[in-house]
Design a protein around this ligand. Structure first.
Ligand SMILES: O=P(O)(O)OC[C@@]1(O)O[C@H](CO)[C@@H](O)[C@@H]1O
Ligand SMILES: [Mg+2]
Length: 282
């Protein structure tokens, strides 16, 4: 078969669109907010319901497969990327935005085979922007090809990062110290949309030169990773090594020169890998 995953790719786009429609409708209603890893790591019934809708649709079309979904993992499912064809799903990336009505919320669906990402779909549902990319076939926003910016000078760049949900003082101090150093290079500006998936699409369209973060999860960035690469960008670890989807550390940029310059300023802190063995409670 020449093109084994095209059907899955097309289907993922449709599922993401339907999921986005659900999120838009839910945003108009009263919502009950709960917390996960910390008091600022929010989750709503919509996150859980939309993840179930997505997984049910994918299983209905392609049968039982391997899934890594943000809310399934939060409810105890394993988070291990094997060689099996695997769907990696964030039903609502930007839950805090969703809760507050801040207008960037995305559905993120990626597909990996042999631990390699084959395609990614990010639907920024409040803006109605459908980003998608398939390995070797280019990146698109609402079916128009997209490309990273050609800026090579860090002093002419806009950089995106996020503050994350870990509010321990030593972590927040490192995050702000890194941001201060980058701001003082100086760059044209620092931004943050509140969703990693959307941030990566902003790199892919050339609206910003780079997005970096320590503390993201594989479901936040898997789809965006394909979109950035297919738009001509690069992915790296925050220490300059190769990108590792499960490491929770990433720099995505329009080119290696910009990525290397940012990496010089990043003050890393420890995070537990997504695929770390789960500590059993005694
Ligand atoms: O929980 P959610 O809404 O899916 O993730 C929101 C998010 O802000 O958390 C990450 C880690 O800080 C972000 O960069 C990511 O996009
Ligand atoms: Mg997320």
């Amino acid at each position: 078969m020449a093109d084994p995953w095209q059907k899955a790719y097309d289907f993922a786009v449709e599922v993401a669109r339907e999921a986005g429609e659900e999120i838009r409708k839910a945003g108009e209603c009263e919502m009950k907010v709960q917390t996960k890893s910390s008091t600022v790591d929010l989750v709503t019934k919509t996150d859980e319901r939309v993840e179930k809708i997505i997984i049910r649709a994918l299983k209905g079309e392609f049968g039982d497969g391997a899934f890594i979904g943000e809310e399934s993992v939060a409810n105890g499912q394993p988070c291990v990327l094997s060689d099996k064809p695997t769907w990696i799903i964030d039903p609502v990336d930007g839950t805090t935005n969703f809760v507050h009505g801040f207008p960037f919320v995305a559905v993120s669906i990626a597909f990996a085979v042999n631990k390699e990402l084959e395609f990614g779909v990010v639907y920024s549902c409040l803006e109605d922007k459908m980003y998608k990319a398939r390995k070797g076939k280019g990146a698109f926003c609402n079916d128009e090809p997209i490309q990273v910016s050609d800026v090579e000078e860090i002093k002419k760049s806009i950089i995106i990062s996020e503050h994350g949900t870990d509010r321990r003082k030593e972590v927040v101090t490192k995050i702000f110290s890194t941001m201060q150093k980058i701001l003082c290079i100086p760059v044209h500006g620092l931004r943050g949309s509140g969703t990693a998936a959307t941030n990566m699409c902003l790199v892919a369209t050339g609206a910003v030169e780079a997005f970096f973060e320590i503390g993201i999860h594989c479901w936040d960035i898997a789809a965006g990773a394909v979109i950035v690469q297919e738009a001509g960008g690069v992915l790296m670890d925050v220490d300059g090594g190769p990108f590792d989807l499960m490491s929770r550390r990433m720099v995505s940029a329009n080119n290696k020169k910009i990525a290397d310059r940012i990496i010089k300023e990043i003050e890393a802190f420890d995070v537990t890998r997504d695929d770390a063995p789960v500590q059993k409670k005694e």
